[in-house]
Ligand binder design. Structure first.
Ligand code: SF4
Length: 446
């Protein structure tokens, strides 16, 4: 029988990227084959994100562009999944009448059945009910075959209700996967040649807390550290309030845990942090950073910052700048506050003008550029270990990989190095990457 083709486009975070890999696994089992050209596809899935207004607008623009394709190929099934689908449900079909399928964040495992139903009935389907447990948590991402790095979801959902965030409403309450299943999946990935794994969750630090399985996140890291074949362990993302001393000590007591943590701070003012319902003060955050640096002096720390939260004054904003100067992050993702319907913060109104937000964002980003380049320059002359991921985007003669501290390094090399850990001497530093040359010398920095 001729295979049908599926094309998936993903918007948003790594969780969504990984969910798309799971969708691919499920549909491959149902006889579909992945394709890179949406014009050849029999099934197109748009995996959506609604964390910021901009991400949602991109999804609507893309769906608008697909109208013509759907007219040319009436048999094409067009579906949307992810947070925006969960949020909008059947309203999505009212807004985009040529859509065939809307499925929510707890319904991924039902996808083959939903697609078959549409093939038979030709009628649109909306499936967004939360389930008692998220069945897709245990679906492995087979598309990791041949990859050096792979993601593993260890938990989904969130209980924190930060006042600006839609995730708890769209992904449901926290649910952790079983300790054994995760360890088995890591072993199977190692068997297929994966060297680096990234453990994913909305707040991995609270792994095991909601449906206790007798193990916390630090226990999980220690277990994975013992698995042969895996060389590097990373995780994202972490809520500062749940970063325990036990977890901090994993950075010095486990060999494979990479020296990098993404620890979203969001703002430097205690008044704003309280309004955001973040449950920590800047003093608490700074103490955690100090402990991390005491345990692991080379650790790279990245963060998220929101500017223009409702009611943010010049003084509050200055506290963010002061905090950045004190901590000197290795990198940040920074955003203008974007009001999300249904959240507590939306009740406060979007009170900071777009002009003020833009100027604050510009100031935050230019300060961070100074810090990033300063950190990168400090690497020049060091010998670092790179896990080679592939060819550089900019030159066919260059290979690319990352340091354990998650910095991109490009260097002259060949394809045979892909998947290997090599030593590179850093020769140049730029804002987004480092440049180096292969060496036999021993590593001096991670
Ligand atoms: S911790 Fe806060 S920001 Fe992160 S997903 Fe949960 S509610 Fe959203």
């Amino acid at each position: 029988m001729e295979k049908k083709h599926i094309f998936i486009q993903t918007f948003g975070c790594q969780m969504n990227v990984h969910d798309s890999e799971k969708i691919m696994t499920l549909m491959e089992r149902s006889g579909y084959e992945s394709c890179d050209d949406m014009r050849k596809a029999d099934l197109i899935i748009i995996n959506t994100c609604s964390i910021r207004e901009k991400a949602a607008q991109k999804v609507y623009s893309q769906l608008g562009r697909l109208k013509e394709l759907k007219r040319e190929k009436p048999g094409l099934i067009l579906g949307v999944g992810g947070c925006l689908a969960q949020q909008w449900g059947s309203k999505f079909i009212e807004r985009i009448p040529f859509l065939d399928l809307v499925f929510g964040t707890h319904n991924i495992h039902m996808l083959p059945e939903l697609v078959t139903r549409i093939e038979k009935t030709k009628a649109p389907v909306v499936q967004i009910e939360f389930q008692e447990s998220v069945k897709s948590l245990n679906i492995p991402a087979l598309s990791s075959n041949g990859k050096i790095s792979a993601y593993i979801t260890i938990m989904q959902g969130c209980n924190n209700f930060c006042s600006y965030c839609v995730v708890p409403y769209l992904r449901g309450r926290e649910e952790s996967r079983s300790f054994r299943e995760i360890a088995d999946e890591v072993k199977s990935l190692a068997h297929r040649g994966v060297k680096e794994i990234t453990l994913l969750g909305q707040n991995v630090n609270s792994y095991g807390a909601s449906n206790s399985n007798g193990h916390d996140f630090a226990d999980l890291l220690r277990e994975i550290d013992k698995i042969g074949g895996i060389e590097r362990i990373r995780f994202t993302t972490s809520h500062p309030k749940d970063l325990s001393d036990k977890l901090i000590h994993c950075f010095s007591e486990t060999d494979k845990l990479c020296e990098h943590i993404h620890l979203p701070v969001q703002a430097g003012s205690n008044r704003i942090l309280k309004m955001m319902n973040r449950c920590y003060t800047i003093k608490d955050y700074l103490e955690k950073v100090d402990k991390l640096r005491a345990v692991c002096p080379e650790i790279s720390i990245t963060s998220d910052i929101i500017v223009g939260f409702p009611g943010e004054t010049d003084r509050d904003f200055q506290a963010t700048i002061d905090m950045m100067k004190k901590i000197r992050f290795d990198g940040i993702f920074s955003f203008n506050y974007s009001e999300r319907e249904g959240t507590d913060a939306a009740k406060l109104g979007d009170t900071v003008s777009i002009f003020v937000k833009r100027e604050r964002l510009r100031l935050v980003q230019s300060l961070q550029e100074e810090h990033t380049i300063e950190k990168h320059r400090a690497h020049v002359g060091n010998i670092v270990e790179i896990l080679v991921e592939g060819m550089s985007k900019n030159s066919r003669e260059d290979m690319t990989g990352r340091t354990r501290t998650n910095k991109i390094v490009n260097f002259r090399g060949n394809h045979e190095l892909i998947g290997k850990a090599v030593h590179v001497k850093i020769t140049d530093a730029y804002l987004h990457s480092l440049r180096g040359e292969l060496t036999e010398e021993e590593v001096t920095k991670c």
